[in-house]
Structure formats: C-alpha cells, structure tokens
Design a protein around this ligand. Structure first.
Ligand code: RNT
Ligand code: ZN
Length: 428
C-alpha cells in the first residue's frame, strides 16, 4: 500500500518490529503486553444506538427531543429507520476491535407502522434488533425511554405529582424489564436495563421531598417482580441537571446512591453528570464495595453539555485505571450524541478512545507503582507515572487492532467518509 500524504496516515500499518520493541520495553517494567492485549479483547463496551440518529427514535422521528437533552449539529446522513441504524452500527463495529454490545432505548421499537403505547412495548417489537445482535454474537442492553413523549412534556415522569402519569411510566418500566429479560435470554448474557428519568424543576421547588418519595415508590413498584440475574440486571442513573431542570433533579446522585445500595441495584455513573471538577474515577472505589456492580456511561462533559465524544484524556485514562480494578463488576457503555461530526466516526472514536484508555491502564506498571507507594517513595511513584507518557503505547494498540484485522491508526476514516459520500448523502 502506498502511504497517503495525509498527515492522519503517518504509516500504512504498524510494523511488527515496533511491537516487539514495545513488548521488551514493557517487559522491563514487569508488564506483559500479551496479557494486556488478551484482557482488552475480553472487555466489551456497550455501544449506544442513539448516537446514530440524534436520539430521534422511530416513534415520531420528526418530534423535538425532550427530557432536557440536546443534540447540536446537522451532519448529513442521520439514520431514519432500523435498517439504516443497524447498517451504520455495522459500519462502526467493523472498525472497533473485538466483540461488543449494543445498547438500545425503548424508542427504537419497531412496530411495523402501528402506534403502540410505551406501556405495551414487548419483546416482539425488538425482535429485529435481537435477531441482528444474536447473528453478531453481540450482547444487548436496554433503556426505558422516559422522554420525547406527551406524558413527559412537563418534565416529570416517575416522580410526577399526578398518580395516573406516574402509573403510565411505572407500566413502561415494568414492560422494559421484560424486554430486557428477553434480550438477555436470547443473547445468553444478562441485559442491563438502565433507568434514567429527566424529572426536575427549572426553578427552586417549594417541595424537594415529595417527588423523591414518589420516585422511590415508583421504582419499587417497577422492580417488584424478581427477574433472574442471568437475564436482566437493573441499573439506575443520576444526573446533575438538564435543560429545564437546573434547580432540582429528583434523581440526583445522592438519591440513587442510597437507592442502589438499599435495593441492591446497579448504579450507573455517567461521566458527564457530575460537577466539572468532580472525579468519577475516584468514586469507583468508594461506591463499588456497596453496590452489586457499576455501569459506566462514558461521555465527555464540556461546560453545560454532558454528551461530547470521549477524548483520550487524562480523565478517561484514570477512569479506565480505576474501573479495571473493579474486577469484572464494572460494565462499560458509551453515552453521547454529537451531530456536528460524522455520526459513525463519533461511535468509532468514542469506542476506540475508551479501548485505548483501557489498554493504557492494562499497561501501567501497577506492581512498581504500588511498591513505590507502599515504601513511601512518592518521588519514584511520580517519576514512573511521568515515564508512562513516553512509553511505546501506540505500537501495542496498533498490534491489538491488526491482530483483529483492523488498523490502529486513522485509515478507517477513509472508509467512513466514502460511506458518507455514497450512502449517507443519499438519505437527504
Ligand atoms: C441523559 C442520560 C441518559 C441518556 C440516554 C439517551 O442525560 O445520560 O443516559 O443519555 O438515555
Ligand atoms: Zn447517560
């Protein structure tokens, strides 16, 4: 292959020589790159379907996005139906090494053109997704959709003051867990059904207590029926604020922390849902001992927006380091929506950045670092950390990708841009 003059493409492939040098350098540090590559290959990431169509869903795709969420940008080629969305996901998956999962929202039900209430959603409405995922041996995760709906229009759902509205959403939650269970059974891997609601007030509430009491009751009602853990695991996700819920969010972090601990639920930490100076990485070792497992929604907050494509940042790298110490009780998912860049590239780069962060974490000289710390040698600990930055990490990443028939650089971008010209542009 002739190297491209494009500076994105520094060389057409990594060289085996680069990897073998890297392997030796890491071995000097007591780090086994083969073990790292092997472990990375066994770490699935749940790819959020909603990046492919700007969280539009199939019920009423022309409607405005609700729930205080916002997607900016209008890059051409948004997927308009299940077939397009699955084809785009396939395109993304073809550049993300190893096997991953797909995360669906209830609003992606396929009802053959019939209007079906969310309370009546059933596994049959997701059969095409289930068949598609099973063919690819991909696990499935699920989310009830508590937004973009007339009964969510005033910003409250499970904590609404009107009991009949709460009832509607409780029924949707109950239906969603059954769909999750069907997905878990079909994929032979538990489905994580994750509950996030937009509920909150723009302005200072008179009563902060009642909505939280209602939310507890609603969630308890949804979770009343036990479902085997091999099929479905329930998670709850907090948020700091949304557009229109700036002063009060019923499902705050503190609320769900208590809820998850007392009800033995998974806690979902979305990395965009905290104060900008808070470290989500630091929360993992504080919370994990008290909950059955954690789900991470990996995202990148920028100012008010919680949903940028994750970059290979220090934050992401510390998150990956801490998460790997969770010994399998951490589930990785992505959650962002960016329509200002190619949507498929957004999936690929977010997933690859998370994988890179995980690989970097697997390649850290953990034993040396701990030794330095335990002996009180903080100078050495700091020196080791700094040396990590100039270790030949890229050669190991490229090797990991190439073993799976993918490129570790940016050659995939050519194919994605070709698809944009040939397929996405025609969508209008
Ligand atoms: C919203 C939450 C939630 C959503 C998806 C669409 O702030 O992060 O997870 O992004 O459910
Ligand atoms: Zn999220």
């Amino acid at each position: 292959m002739v190297p491209s003059p494009d500076p994105l493409h520094t060389s057409p492939r990594g060289t085996p020589a680069a990897y073998s040098l890297a392997r030796d350098r890491y071995a000097d540090w007591g780090v086994d790159t083969e073990e790292a590559i092997d472990r990375l290959g066994k770490t699935p990431i749940s790819l959020h379907c909603w990046q492919g169509d700007d969280v539009a869903g199939f019920e009423n795709p022309g409607a405005a996005l609700g729930g205080g969420l916002a997607v900016t940008g209008n890059h051409p080629g948004r997927a308009r139906n299940g077939d397009e969305l699955r084809a785009d996901l396939d395109a993304a998956l073809s550049h993300i090494p190893c096997r991953h999962r797909i995360n669906l929202h209830a609003m992606y039900a396929e009802t053959a053109g019939r209007k079906v209430e969310r309370t009546d959603f059933a596994p049959v409405h997701f059969q095409r997704w289930i068949d598609w995922a099973c063919e690819r041996k991909a696990g499935l995760d699920f989310n009830p959709t508590f937004f973009s709906h007339p009964l969510a229009a005033d910003g409250f759902t499970l904590s609404h003051r009107d009991v009949s509205i709460r009832r509607y959403w409780i029924e949707h939650g109950i239906a969603s867990r059954k769909i999750g269970a069907a997905m878990g059974a079909a994929a032979q891997s538990p489905c994580i059904t994750n509950f996030w609601i937009p509920d909150g007030y723009k302005d200072t509430p008179a009563d902060r207590w009642a909505p939280r009491q209602w939310l507890t009751e609603s969630l308890d009602a949804i979770f009343r029926e036990p479902i085997p853990e091999e099929m479905n695991l329930d998670a709850v996700e907090s948020k700091l604020f949304g557009i229109g819920s700036e002063s009060y969010v019923t499902g705050s972090h503190d609320f769900y922390l208590g809820y998850a601990i007392t009800r033995r639920k998974l806690l979902c930490l979305d990395t965009g849902h905290f104060h900008p100076t808070e470290s989500v990485a630091d929360k993992i070792s504080a919370i994990l001992p008290y909950v059955p497992a954690l789900l991470l929604h990996v995202s990148r907050g920028v100012r008010w927006d919680s949903d940028h494509v994750p970059a290979f940042s220090d934050d992401l790298q510390s998150l990956a380091r801490e998460a790997l110490r969770g010994a399998g009780r951490i589930h990785f998912g992505l959650d962002y929506f960016d329509a200002s860049i190619n949507r498929i590239a957004a999936w690929i780069m977010g997933a690859r950045n998370l994988l890179k962060a995980l690989l970097a974490a697997l390649l850290e000289p953990a034993a040396l670092l701990r030794q330095a710390e335990l002996s009180g040698d903080y100078t050495k600990r700091f020196a080791l950390r700094e040396q990590q930055h100039t270790m030949p990490f890229g050669a190991v990443w490229e090797e990991h990708c190439e073993r799976r028939g993918m490129d570790g650089q940016n050659l995939w971008l050519d194919e994605v841009l070709r698809r944009e010209k040939e397929i996405l542009a025609a969508r209008g």
